[in-house]
Design a protein around this ligand. Sequence first.
Ligand code: GLC
Length: 421
Amino acid sequence: MSSLDDQARAIIRGNDRGGYTLPTRGLYPYQWNWDSAFAAWGFATFDNPRAWDELDTLMASQWDTGMVPHIIFHTPDPGYFPGPEIWRTGQTPPTSGITQPPVAATMARLVWEMDPEAGHDRMAALYPKLLAWHRWWHEVRCTHGPAAITHPWESGRDNCPDWDIGMAGVNGADAGPYERRDTGHVDPEMRPTKEDYDRYITMVNFGRNAGWDQAQVVADGPFLMADPGITFMLLRADEDLAVMGRALGHDVTELEGWAKALRDALPLIWNEELGAYDARDLRTGQFANVLGSGAFLAYLADAGNPTLDAQLMRVWDSVSYGIPSADPEAAIFNPRKYWRGPTWPVLNALLAVGLRDSGRTDLAERLRAETESLIRQHGFYEYFDPNDATPCGGADFTWTAAIWLTWAGQGAEADAVRGAA
Ligand code: GLC
């Protein structure tokens, strides 16, 4: 029996398609945006140049607008829906028409810190592309203040209760006939419902019919919500990019301005009644009124406060393993349903980076130990039941393997987060 470190490396190598890595075989047969950023971090523990290749391949599919798509369809695979023939974005290779959480700059910084000399030129080449992506976020998607998403899939937390109020406003009746593929790979009970899927496809159809014109999608699309999770990830990534820009000798005034504007906008997503950051429908102003893992990503951007601290501990103490994706005391909580309760190792890793940076090493270590236990018991699954550790979703997952190598499997003595300065 090989060590878990060996297994993690074998999973990443096994999902490597040459320059990019699949999240997992079968369920996700293409390159996914934020999965790739985590894959780069994992690669950096044993193959630093390959880590930079992963980020290069991701950024090579950046659109002229600056957007970096959520999926890149390198090689056709009939096992996935909706494929390139549904999105029809006109890109080569084909891509989806929406984006995903901008964690690439944060991961690039961690990779760079693991080998500063080798990374210098690689980062110098990536810098303008990451800057252009961040510019796109700020100019196109932060027009209301916080970062907005036009499809739940952009959040990376696809099916979480945060989006229920926005989804309710989407009429899925005209989605047309289509055949899902996800439910053929994993237990349909863990996946979104047919009604949800009709709405997801309706949003894709709107974007395609608009020729993926962002101004039109933001102004008139069926869904527009402020995402606390992306807001915090973008804020953190702006600051990471600024650190790297300074080290490369660039003027980072523009980046600093974006980060300040975003931080100033945080009160707009603070729901006083809920006592937490919250998603918000930007068409109506209505709060989602659900506490989930997006709010806790505040710690990644040093935006916590005592009220949120109390919520974090309440939610965390009511389960046994990691941070649940939804509040266990809320009616909506389901410990095995996609983003509606389970814990995701990769989000635990992001939170731990934030907790470590704010000096809360005891909490970061608790989170690491709980995440380690999940993986030791069951392997490198996509996500887990936070009450009884039942493994859920896809197996042999790239980002779970990556965060094992960088963090979860490394014990307190290994500085807890690889890439720590
Ligand atoms: C699911 C997740 C998303 C992830 C993708 C590939 O769609 O919700 O965050 O990027 O799977 O792992």
